[in-house]
Design a protein around this ligand. Structure first.
Ligand code: SF4
Length: 361
C-alpha cells in the first residue's frame, strides 16, 4: 500500500545519493547488518550498580572506543554479536538512570530528580507519555515507512511549533513502560517499517526510557533519533553506539534567533557540537526548515557550516513547509508562509556553498 502512496520511497534504498549518505542505514534497514543497539548488547561491560558515576563514565568512554572496533569487526564478518551480561547497553541504561536523578539530558540542565516525581522545563516524568505511534508515510523517502513514536513534551519552545499540542502537553498521552514500548517497536518492525523513529515533542527527555526499551527489543531495526539538537554532551555520549541515524534539526544560524523564537540559549554551540558527534558515531540526515525572512541570518550560516564541517555526501533536507502555527503571530515575519523567491534563494544558497546531497534534488 505505501508503495502506491510513496513510489519515491519504494525506490529510495537503491538511490545513489541515499546510499552515499546513509550506507550503513540502508544495510540495517534491509536486515543485512546489525543495528547498533544489538551490537552494544554484545559488548561486555564489567560494572556494578554501586560503582561511582565517575568510574562508570570512564568505563563508558573506554568501551565506546572498543565498540567502534567491535562494530567494524562485525561488519567485516570477523566477529558475531552474541548477547553479553552486563553489556554496553546496560551501562548506558545505568548512566541514563543516574542522569534522571539530577536531570541534564538537555542543555537546560534543570537538575530535577525525575525518579522522585520532580519535573523540569519539559514536564516529562519517569514513564513514556505517548501521543501516537504508526507507520509514517510523510518522512524522507529513505525512511518511509517509518515506525514513528510521538512522545509528549519538549526541551525548547518554538513559537511556531507545528506539533504544539504534543510538545506543549495540550493533549493527554498514554502512559507506557519500556516493556510495553518494546512490544510496539517489535510490532512496527514486523509490520514492515524500515526503522524506529523516536520523535515528539522531543525524544531527549526520554533517553533513559528509550535505552531501557531497546534492552528488551530483539528484532533488528535501525534507530532514528529525530531531535531538535539541543541535548547535552552526556546525552550525546549515551547516543553513541546506540543510534544508527541522527535525524537532526538545524534550526538557527545564530543564538539570537534561537533565543527569541525557541527559548533555546546557546543553541548554536549545542547544535554544532551534536552534529559533529552524530557524524563521528553514526549517520546524519539534517533538516533545515526555512523561515520567512531568515535566509541571511539562519539558512546561509547553517548551510555554510554544514558544507565546511561535515562530509560532502551528508544528506540535507531543506524544508519549505513552514506555516504559521501556535504563537507564530507574535512575530511579524513568522505570520505568513514562505514566498517563492525565498525558497529559490534558500536553494541557491545551498548550491552556492556546496551542499551536494539535497533530499529533494
Ligand atoms: S530533559 Fe527536561 S527535565 Fe531534563 S534538563 Fe531537559 S528540560 Fe530539564
Amino acid at each position: 500500500m505505501w508503495r502506491l502512496v510513496r513510489p519515491d520511497a519504494a525506490r529510495a534504498l537503491e538511490d545513489e545519493a541515499v546510499r552515499r549518505g546513509l550506507p550503513r542505514y540502508v544495510d540495517v534497514a534491509r536486515d543485512r547488518r546489525k543495528a547498533k543497539f544489538l551490537i552494544a548488547k554484545s559488548l561486555p561491560a564489567d560494572f556494578q550498580s554501586d560503582d561511582s558515576t565517575g568510574d562508570l563514565w570512564r568505563l563508558h568512554r573506554s568501551l565506546l572506543r572498543e565498540y567502534q572496533e567491535f562494530e567494524a569487526e562485525v561488519a567485516a564478518g570477523e566477529a558475531e554479536p552474541e548477547e553479553a551480561s552486563p553489556n554496553f547497553l546496560d551501562l548506558k541504561a545505568e548512566l541514563a538512570k543516574r542522569i534522571m536523578a539530577e536531570c541534564h539530558f538537555c542543555m537546560r540542565r534543570c537538575g530535577v530528580d525525575r525518579l522522585r516525581g520532580e519535573r523540569g522545563y519539559c514536564r516529562v516524568g519517569d514513564e513514556f507519555e505517548v501521543s501516537s505511534w504508526f507507520h509514517h508515510l510523510g518522512e524522507e523517502p529513505e525512511l518511509v515507512p517509518s515506525g514513528t513514536v510521538f512522545t509528549l513534551g519538549c526541551t525548547i519552545r518554538c513559537i511556531h511549533c507545528q506539533n504544539w499540542s504534543i510538545s506543549q502537553w495540550y493533549e493527554s498521552g498514554t502512559s507506557m513502560t519500556p516493556f510495553e514500548m518494546a512490544k510496539i517497536v517489535e510490532g512496527l518492525r514486523r509490520g514492515g517499517c524500515r526503522n524506529l523513529n523516536m520523535v515528539g515533542g522531543e525524544p531527549t527527555p526520554y533517553c533513559w526510557l528509550w535505552i531501557e526499551t531497546m534492552r528488551l527489543v530483539d528484532v533488528n531495526i535501525p534507530t532514528v533519533w529525530n531531535s531538535n539538537s539541543y541535548y547535552s554532551p552526556e546525552t550525546a555520549e549515551l547516543l553513541a553506539g546506540f543510534i544508527d541515524v541522527y535525524l537532526l534539526d538545524f534550526k538557527y544560524g545564530n543564538n539570537r534567533c534561537a533565543e527569541e523564537i525557541s527559548d533555546a540559549p546557546g543553541y548554536w554551540e549545542a547544535c554544532t557540537r551534536n552534529h559533529l558527534m552524530a557524524e563521528r558515531y553514526g549517520e546524519l540526515l539534517i533538516r533545515v526548515l526555512v523561515l520567512p525572512e531568515h535566509n541571511e541570518c539562519c539558512t546561509r550560516p547553517i548551510l555554510e557550516w554544514i558544507a565546511k564541517n561535515l562530509r560532502p555526501w551528508t544528506r540535507v533536507n531543506v524544508m519549505f513547509q513552514y506555516r504559521p502555527e501556535w504563537r507564530a503571530y507574535q512575530r511579524r515575519e513568522l505570520s505568513r508562509r514562505l514566498r517563492r523567491e525565498e525558497m529559490e534563494e534558500a536553494l541557491r544558497i545551498a548550491r552556492e556553498v556546496g551542499i551536494r546531497n539535497l533530499v529533494w534534488d
